[in-house]
Design a protein around this ligand. Structure first.
Ligand code: ZN
Length: 179
């Protein structure tokens, strides 16, 4: 700000008659916003602009320092935001994993339950056949299938309860002779 730019008191009479003069540099302002800016009301430190301009390096240095500081705040913000979002994302992933685990567990339990129900049906059929055989012993003696049926239903129940063992056994028994 040069002396030529400064307004003399005679030039500064505003329409409402208000004016503000800087204690340091004598500059006179009629615009309250410009005055506030010069007197330091609008910026941190509250130093009048004309005083800031006196620091080593001038106003450009002040601006450079401020923008450096601003940049630092921004990058710190970004760092904490990144951390915040990273934690948030980790949390979401962990929740999904838990959900999936629960779902898988439920599915496995469900399969086990259905299998047990089926096995119980086979057990009940074996029990039925056994009861029938005991009720009609003559028929049971006459028809071998009545006796083998019990064994058959028991083995079906076993296979349902242990599907893996049953599959291995089937694979072995279905293998062609001599192979
Ligand atoms: Zn001033």
């Amino acid at each position: 700000m040069t002396d030529e730019n400064r307004q003399s008191p005679a030039e500064t009479v505003s329409h409402d008659g208000r004016e503000w003069r800087c204690f340091f540099c004598d500059e006179v302002f009629t615009d309250p916003k410009a005055a506030g800016n010069h007197f330091g009301c609008d910026h941190p430190g509250n130093e009048p602009l004309c005083q800031l301009a006196q620091v080593d390096g001038g106003i450009a240095r002040v601006i450079a320092d401020l923008s450096e500081e601003l940049q630092r705040y921004r990058s710190e913000d970004n760092e904490s935001f990144r951390e915040f979002y990273r934690l948030g994302a980790d949390h979401v992933v962990a929740l999904r994993n838990e959900e999936q685990k629960g779902y898988d567990r439920g599915l496995a339990d469900g399969r086990k339950e259905v299998r047990e129900d089926c096995a119980k049906i086979a057990d009940a059929m074996a029990d039925d056949q056994q009861a029938t055989n005991e009720k009609y012993p003559d028929h049971a003696r006459a028809y071998p299938s009545w006796r083998s049926a019990i064994q058959h239903y028991r083995s079906v129940a076993d296979r349902i309860r242990n599907p893996r063992a049953a599959t291995e056994q089937l694979t072995k028994s279905q293998r062609p002779e001599g192979s």
